[in-house]
Write a protein that binds this ligand. Sequence first.
Ligand SMILES: Nc1ncnc2c1ncn2[C@@H]1O[C@H](COP(=O)(O)OP(=O)(O)OP(=O)(O)O)[C@@H](O)[C@H]1O
Length: 230
Amino acid sequence: MVRSTHAAVALHGVSAAYGPTTVLHEVCARIPARSVTALLGANGSGKSTLLGVLAGVHSPASGTVERFHDARPALVVQHSAVSDALPVTVRDTVAMGRWAHRGPWRRLTARDREVVAVCMERLGIAGLSARPLGSLSGGQRQRTLLAQGLAQRSDLLLLDEPATGLDAATRQEIPEILEELHAQGVTVVHATHDPQAARRAHHRLRLTGGRLVGEDLSDRPAAPGPEALA
Ligand SMILES: Nc1ncnc2c1ncn2[C@@H]1O[C@H](COP(=O)(O)OP(=O)(O)OP(=O)(O)O)[C@@H](O)[C@H]1O
């Protein structure tokens, strides 16, 4: 793999806050285009907030975000961030991923339905498509949100701890999915506590207390097998 020298997003001295409390402090970083970036750091270090800034849903208190990607970013939040009470099925939830293309509540085209079906199949939830989201287990819900993210077909996919709550077999599939997206030219940023997932990324950003304290950009291991992760 040849790493990209282009940025998909560049952060210039970005700080972010909740009310009066600043939780990200003057972060300067480039997210390399068409690469996989892992966001690392302890609980509360600012990973989700940084993903929100990259997604454009959390406005910086100061600093600037320079964008070079084409589509609206796709943000996949943690399943615990989604209410049980939403009266939507799995298929509806994945179909929301098409709203960026179609607008909310508009009829899905045949192409939209095809993308939704492919994404549900990819995440192994086609059999759950008519189930209410609130009736699913945490792992099933996480898979549904991942399918929704994939359905957006964005060139910038932001994932907040995508493996949380997944069983071992499904967790194994996450790197494969990221690999496929990378091969398709998608820029991926994922927050993770998993050292293996971090090693498999091309680029790592480490946060401590809302500050960027480490960064490394390296070529991906040649093989995806366990020997490449040792
Ligand atoms: N909605 C909110 N209102 C106020 N403070 C918040 C809010 N969300 C997060 N915070 C605070 O912002 C800081 C950064 O939180 P953030 O969720 O970005 O960290 P994180 O690295 O993603 O954590 P985790 O690994 O637990 O998901 C923490 O101190 C957290 O308590």
